[in-house]
Design a protein around this ligand. Structure first.
Ligand SMILES: Nc1nc2c(c(=O)[nH]1)N[C@H]1C(S)=C(S)[C@@H](COP(=O)(O)OP(=O)(O)OC[C@H]3O[C@@H](n4cnc5c(=O)[nH]c(N)nc54)[C@H](O)[C@@H]3O)O[C@H]1N2
Ligand SMILES: Nc1nc2c(c(=O)[nH]1)N[C@H]1C(S)=C(S)[C@@H](COP(=O)(O)OP(=O)(O)OC[C@H]3O[C@@H](n4cnc5c(=O)[nH]c(N)nc54)[C@H](O)[C@@H]3O)O[C@H]1N2
Ligand code: SF4
Ligand SMILES: [Mo]
Length: 709
């Protein structure tokens, strides 16, 4: 079966084409693309898709302006000025591939293959072109394995330790929730299409609680906003457990039948009183008691954790503690109850087929991309050092900490850097070779979602702009030029789709690439959201089959899931892990203010940070400082401030507002360095320390000082 021969609109044919938004966003929206005479003229949300419901978002509404932006990279480019000057000259694809492969070969000959490192993330989250697209090539090459724990790795490790790799609840079931706790997630900005389900529940009488140091768009729509000191959520969660156990608010039958370790948990939280947690978190003890009582009584109750929850020293244990709550109160019993984190596990993705881990020489070293600045400047003591870098689907200059070191590293004359991109990002500006990448309207892919249960097929609606190619084609060309002849390197996109999923799996009954080509998307074959309570009678994919308060997997030590490290199961991060959840306070610092750097409303990570329409919505780069903190520092609204610590500094305009808790500074991420006053953004001050589990970043564990600039 091939997709090519289906009676569907041909690429560029006038009419309405189907697509799926490519972005690293839980919503996975279904898009309709209008095409006239080979040119896309507009995109809109698919009204029939139960999650998209006819709307996209401020980032993607004008996607065609991204596709046809005059700033698109449309041919391969070779650097023609000093590193970082942004001066390039066009070259042919043949020249580009020849230069890359000859430089790679020279590096291998002189330093060994581990001197080459890929850097990639989720510019597109397509199954083919996304996270794992380069893995077979770099595994075969024997290059340094890139560990990619940017997002949700720590939370995923913790979640799997507690519950196993379960898809968990259906996000659409939230309409049935009676009590919804949105914990470290600015849903209205970052998971917009889930909000209507929450709003519907709220209309039906559910109480919506937001736990967040920031009174953001979502908090303003909640019934109760609980401001918390960043990095202390673990204390709050343990105190909630304490109250639930001490006051006998558990679902005793559920606990007895479907959970493991409640006696040990009870001992563990004995001293975690609301008063203790109040001192840590800044949340009054009476509020903690009220929250525990309401959460336990409000069945079915739901907790939606955001990604930021993992981002501090004890982030993993925080997720472990939070994940105990639904088991204790029996929230899993009914649709609308449980824990919503990453429903990705519902999709039967064949990760090993995507990564081809068996091609990798045994014992190949692993370097985490968060440490890239240090790796490039020699601070990690790597032997061999990194001499060639290939960046695709990522903008490390903006999304990684240690920005000053990143600049220093990427400026090295003896480093050969290739960047595959749609735009000359701050990273691409430092490349030796830039390669033009297609957008979603120009490529074929199958799309899973980490925010709903619909799989989708994205067929190309227009021909590639200029000489842009999909990532799959890029790695086919590189592999051919390197002489790699394993079967996977010769596969077409259609063939890659066949092996990317277990199409015979229960979740894909009646769904094939061919059927998806017709319908665009399909709900996984699971019960509908009104009747879906996957753990109503336990059945967790853990060693015990129960929810594990005391986790057998945790007792085995810390780990990073293989999908975040090119399929590698070797050399997992060290460190024993207490099988019971516990509290790890934020790291010590001499700087007084807590900095959080969440997502920008109008950018998608750093994507769109260069585009006018989104810049206008986002407004000038700014930081929010609490009025009391501003006053003691002589900072006035609208002025320029310096945000700094021992690692670096950046300059932004200040907004003085009690939207942030006292002692908290907010500077959203995504702004481009080249457009920032002082040529630095928020990741100039963020730490490279890992959280306790899954090598998660610690963005929410950053302390700074601010002063007038
Ligand atoms: N508009 C927009 N949408 C996006 C993205 C984007 O860049 N822009 N990016 C996408 C991606 S990749 C992801 S991972 C998701 C992430 O989306 P979310 O899960 O919403 O994560 P963040 O925006 O990082 O942070 C959410 C909230 O966590 C709060 N927070 C920070 N530290 C703490 C803490 O220690 N405790 C508590 N309780 N709260 C804390 C912040 O104040 C912020 O309001 O969004 C996706 N959607
Ligand atoms: N301070 C701070 N830092 C953070 C975060 C935070 O909350 N605060 N969040 C972290 C999180 S959750 C994430 S997910 C990461 C995100 O990190 P990244 O995934 O690196 O996100 P982007 O900045 O959007 O960069 C993706 C790049 O890929 C390019 N691209 C898009 N599609 C394609 C394609 O098909 N092919 C190729 N070759 N390129 C393509 C885009 O143009 C864009 O420049 O950032 C992390 N960094
Ligand atoms: S970025 Fe998210 S909300 Fe916006 S269109 Fe894409 S999937 Fe939908
Ligand atoms: Mo993310």
């Amino acid at each position: 079966m091939t997709l090519a021969d289906l009676p569907l609109l041909a690429v560029g044919e006038t009419g309405t084409h189907r697509a799926i938004c490519p972005h690293d966003c839980p919503d996975g929206c279904s898009m309709l693309v209008s095409v006239e005479d080979g040119r896309a003229t507009g995109v809109r949300g698919d009204p029939d898709h139960p999650f998209t419901r006819g709307g996209l978002c401020v980032k993607v509404n004008n996607y065609v302006d991204r596709v046809y932006s005059p700033d698109r990279v449309t041919t391969p480019l070779r650097r023609s000025g000093p590193k970082g000057s942004g001066r390039f000259e066009p070259i042919s694809w043949d020249e580009a591939i020849a230069e890359i492969t000859s430089r790679f070969r020279a590096v291998v000959a002189e330093h060994g293959a581990e001197a080459i490192m890929p850097v990639s993330y989720l510019g597109t989250q397509g199954t083919l072109n996304g996270l794992n697209v380069g893995d077979p090539f770099f595994n075969k090459l024997g290059a340094t394995v890139a560990e990619r724990t940017f997002c949700d790795s720590g939370a995923s490790t913790a979640y799997v330790m507690s519950l196993g790799p379960t898809a968990g609840v259906d996000p659409e079931s939230l309409v049935h929730s009676r009590y919804i706790v949105i914990w470290a997630c600015n849903m209205v900005s970052t998971n917009l299409h889930l909000w209507p389900f929450v709003a519907e529940a709220q209309k039906r009488g559910a109480k919506v609680v937001v736990i967040d140091p920031v009174k953001h768009r979502t908090a303003k729509r909640a019934d109760w906003h609980i401001p918390i000191c960043p990095g202390t959520d673990g204390a709050l969660a343990l105190a909630l457990i304490h109250v639930i156990l001490a006051e006998g608010l558990t679902d005793a039958e559920y606990v007895a039948e479907h959970t493991v370790g409640v006696e040990d948990l009870e001992k563990r939280v004995r001293d975690c009183t609301p008063e203790w947690a109040a001192a840590e978190t800044g949340v009054p003890a009476e509020d903690i008691r009220t929250l525990a009582r309401e959460y336990a009584a409000g069945q079915p109750s739901m907790i939606r954790i955001g990604v930021a929850i993992e981002r501090h020293s004890g982030g993993g244990q925080t997720v472990r503690a939070i994940s105990c709550l639904p088991g204790l109160v029996g929230a899993w019993r009914k649709p609308g109850g449980g824990l919503l984190a990453l429903p990705l596990w519902a999709f039967p993705v064949n990760w090993d087929a995507l990564s081809q881990p068996q091609l990798r020489p045994e014992g190949t070293r692993v370097v985490n991309q968060y440490l890239l600045g240090k790796a490039l400047t020699g601070e990690l003591g790597l032997d061999p050092g990194i001499h060639a870098l290939m960046v695709y689907n990522a903008n490390p200059m903006i999304v990684c900490p240690d920005q000053e070191k990143m600049v220093a590293g990427l400026s090295r004359e003896d480093l050969f850097t290739v960047v595959s991109e749609q735009f000359l990002t701050d990273t691409a500006q430092f490349a030796d070779i830039v390669l033009p990448a297609t957008t979603q309207l120009e490529q074929l892919d199958v799309m899973f979602s980490w925010g709903h249960f619909y799989i989708g097929l994205n067929r190309p609606s227009i021909a590639p702009v200029g000489e842009a190619i999909p990532n799959t084609e890029l790695f086919r060309r590189l592999a051919a030029a390197m002489g790699f002849d394993d079967e996977c390197f010769g596969m077409t996109d259609e063939e890659l789709i066949e092996q990317a999923y277990d199409w015979g799996a229960p979740a894909l009954q009646g769904i094939t690439p061919k059927s998806l080509a017709k319908t665009g998307w399909a709900r996984l074959t699971l019960p509908d959201a009104d009747h879906y309570a996957p753990h109503d009678i336990g059945g967790f994919p853990t060693p015990s089959g129960k929810q594990e308060f005391a986790s057998a997997a945790a007792a085995g030590g810390n780990f990073v899931l293989p999908l975040f490290r090119q399929g590698s199961n070797e050399a997992q991060p060290g460190g024993e892990v207490d099988p019971l959840p516990h509290y790890i306070p934020p790291a010590h610092s001499d700087y007084p203010l807590h900095l959080v750097s969440p997502k920008a409303h109008a950018f998608l990570n750093s994507s769109y940070g260069n585009l006018g329409a989104q810049q206008r919505v986002q407004g000038e780069p700014s930081a929010i400082v609490h009025p009391a903190d501003a006053e003691t520092r002589g900072i006035v609204e609208g002025s320029l401030i310096r945000v700094f610590n021992e690692r670096g500094e950046f300059l932004v305009k200040v907004k003085v507002s009690d939207e942030v808790a006292r002692g908290v500074v907010l500077a959203s991420m995504g702004q481009w360095r080249s457009q920032a006053k002082g040529l630095a953004t928020v990741n100039a001050v963020n730490p490279t320390e890992f959280a306790d589990l899954g090598n998660a970043p610690t963005f929410s564990d950053t302390r700074v000082e601010v002063e007038p600039a």
